[in-house]
Design a protein. Structure first.
Ligand code: FNR
Length: 380
């Protein structure tokens, strides 16, 4: 099939572009303002140079590792994404079951389109995490956390880089609403993508735990629901309300990383939200080594933004990451072919990671260290 012929995540992206209407594809593929943060994050991976070691026995290689003390098949986490059932009717359950089969964690977003209980019922065999945005309505936060806990989720990812919505200009120009509404401008796109359109019209309407009801533009929705006054005090409050582990996602500064480490969070995600918030934000891959150095070897530090291959994952780990999160990479798979597309994405990156490790002369994730990577040619 076309999914099996896809050899890279970029191939899946092209299939996704052919299956989803333009405004849906652009919601995933796009970023904030002039998309500099996104481009720079991807380019940092393009520019890095591997420094392989030779004559090492790489006959037997394992990509297994430990994330928050628990074994996973590789150093990869499927990160939180909103409105996942808009990309394909398989939605969050399709992604989570693919992650469970592949042996990597999946993170359900506050803005997800599947209730935590339904996700647990369908994908309870996997390791499912929950991502929280702090809402103005504190009672709503408590309810959301209770549902996640009841669904067996034991890791909370607190995303802190959305005090206000970033300006996703592709969405603005499409007049994008959540859920998408049919209007003259977009009807043509829908007609040209009959498979997606049929699926969308015949599946459960996009409802989501967090929001009110009528279609709204995403920025409007975020700005009315999310609490821009959130501080470390709220993190302390959430720690009192959540017994499981807590990661803070959206770390973009070494001093912030040190502050969070010193109050004892379980992990940090160095992230600029895939370039969807502040444009000209720090590039996660370049920030990572400094964060790792500052917080020491024991804290779990994750990175996301621009990870599109197993080689990218190897590089992130070599530069200090415990594991990488991905967003778009699995959404391209999902848009291209639902659950099976996500499975294909996971096969592709697993094979790339294994091959990259062998070519680098590393037989285990522990052996991926900074001497194997230079951020660009000529750097030490
Ligand atoms: C996101 N991201 C995100 N993050 C989060 O904490 N909660 C959310 O609801 C969402 N929603 C969301 C939707 C879409 C369509 C995308 C592409 C991203 C950010 C996501 O978790 C992650 O930080 C980035 O996607 C990482 O960059 P890459 O892997 O997409 O390049």
């Amino acid at each position: 099939s076309r999914l099996q012929e896809a050899a890279t995540v970029e191939d899946l992206r092209r299939l996704a572009e052919r299956r989803a209407p333009r405004l849906v594809f652009d919601y995933v593929d796009g970023a904030a303002e002039d998309e500099r943060s996104l481009r720079a994050s991807v380019e940092a991976f393009d520019q890095l140079v591997f420094r392989p070691r030779i004559l090492r026995d790489v006959g037997a290689v394992t990509t297994t590792t430990r994330i928050l003390g628990r074994e996973t098949s590789m150093p990869l986490v499927l990160g939180p994404t909103g409105f996942t059932r808009m990309m394909h009717r398989d939605g969050e359950i399709g992604v989570a079951t693919a992650a469970a089969s592949a042996g990597v964690p999946y993170t359900l977003s506050t803005m997800g389109t599947t209730p935590a209980a339904d996700l647990a019922a369908a994908a309870g065999a996997g390791w499912n995490w929950f991502q929280l945005y702090v809402m103005r309505d504190r009672g709503q936060n408590l309810e959301t956390l209770a549902k996640a806990r009841e669904a067996g989720m034991d890791v909370l990812v607190l995303t802190v880089d959305v005090p206000v919505a970033g300006a996703r200009l592709r969405d603005v120009r499409h007049g994008m609403t959540i859920p998408p509404t049919l209007r003259w401008k977009t009807a043509g796109q829908a007609v040209r993508r009959p498979a997606w359109t049929w699926d969308f019209l015949t599946s459960e309407p996009l409802s989501f735990a967090a929001a009110g009801g009528s279609p709204d533009d995403l920025a409007g929705m975020i700005n009315t629901m999310f609490d821009p006054t959130t501080t470390l005090a709220d993190l302390e409050w959430i720690r009192g309300e959540w017994e499981g582990k807590i990661l803070v996602k959206g770390v973009q500064d070494v001093d912030d990383a040190v502050d969070l480490a010193s109050i004892g969070v379980d992990g940090l995600v160095v992230s600029n939200h895939g370039g969807r918030q502040l444009d000209r934000a720090p590039v996660p891959l370049r920030l990572l080594p400094g964060v790792r150095e500052a917080v020491g070897p024991d804290l779990d530090v994750f990175l996301d933004g621009g990870v599109r291959s197993g080689a990218d994952i190897a590089a992130a780990v070599a530069l200090g990451a415990t594991a990488a999160f991905v967003g778009r990479a699995y959404l391209f798979g999902l848009m291209a072919g639902g659950h099976d597309g996500v499975t294909r994405m996971l096969q592709i990156v697993q094979a790339e990671l294994t091959r990259t490790m062998q070519l680098l002369g590393a037989t285990s994730i522990d052996e991926l260290d900074h001497r194997l990577v230079a951020l660009e040619e000529g750097t030490p």
